[in-house]
Design a protein around this ligand. Structure first.
Ligand SMILES: *Cc1c(COP(=O)(O)O)cnc(C)c1O
Length: 200
């Protein structure tokens, strides 16, 4: 479980850590950097995941400060993250973001672009391609919620069949659809409001 702490104060993250949470997701780079600094005493115990959009002018601080990036959807961003990952840190874990519902407004690549982008990202020396991430369109019932999650799980299986090794992560499911995501094989659910309460 990834505790999504965007808009929450650092002290809320500290309380979640005291309750056992170790993986935290943030959407906005500057807000995350402030929190990482405020919680520097816990740095060795926490894993920070960027789950929001990443612009190329922010890749350096992200490569230096985060443990994971879930929103890689362009080779150029991946190349910058790899080049800027400090040598003394382990490779940066990344997921490719897939626009699984095909919404025009959403970031992420189309499912059929994965067979090209995934091997290119997997080949970068300072990244470790872990899997796929998606934010499906909201759906009314469990059966409808399961469909996009199933499509993402099938896409991950197809990449494994293509010969990519080390893909172990399906980052899917949020407060409203995490049951559907787990039923379809999510390995990392991203949960904000169900842990921290409604965002202001
Ligand atoms: C905010 C956010 C979440 C958490 O959403 P909740 O509905 O609060 O659980 C998960 N993933 C992404 C990418 C988000 O931006």
């Amino acid at each position: 479980m990834l505790a999504v702490s965007k808009t929450c104060a650092a002290e809320a993250v500290r309380a979640a850590h005291a309750a056992g949470a170790r993986e935290f997701g943030e959407n906005y780079v500057q807000e995350a950097l402030d929190k990482i600094a405020a919680l520097a005493d816990l740095r060795g115990e926490l894993q920070w995941h960027l789950i929001g959009p990443l612009q190329s002018n922010k890749t350096r601080v992200v490569a230096e400060q985060f443990d994971w990036v879930h929103t890689v959807d362009r080779l150029k961003i991946a190349e910058r993250l790899s080049a800027q990952r400090p040598a003394q840190l382990p490779p940066l874990n990344v997921c490719l973001q897939v626009n699984v519902s095909g919404e025009a407004s959403k970031s992420g690549i189309a499912l059929d672009e994965l067979t090209v982008l995934a091997p290119q990202v997997a080949a970068l020396p300072r990244l470790r391609l872990r899997g796929l991430m998606a934010i499906p369109e909201p759906a009314a019932d469990l059966a409808a919620q399961r469909l996009p999650h199933r499509a993402l799980a099938q896409a991950l299986a197809a990449l494994r069949t293509q010969g990519l090794v080390g893909l172990d992560t399906l980052s899917m499911g949020m407060s409203a659809d995490l049951e559907a995501a787990v039923l379809e094989g999510a390995t990392l659910v991203r949960v904000g409001t169900a842990i921290f309460g409604a965002r202001v």
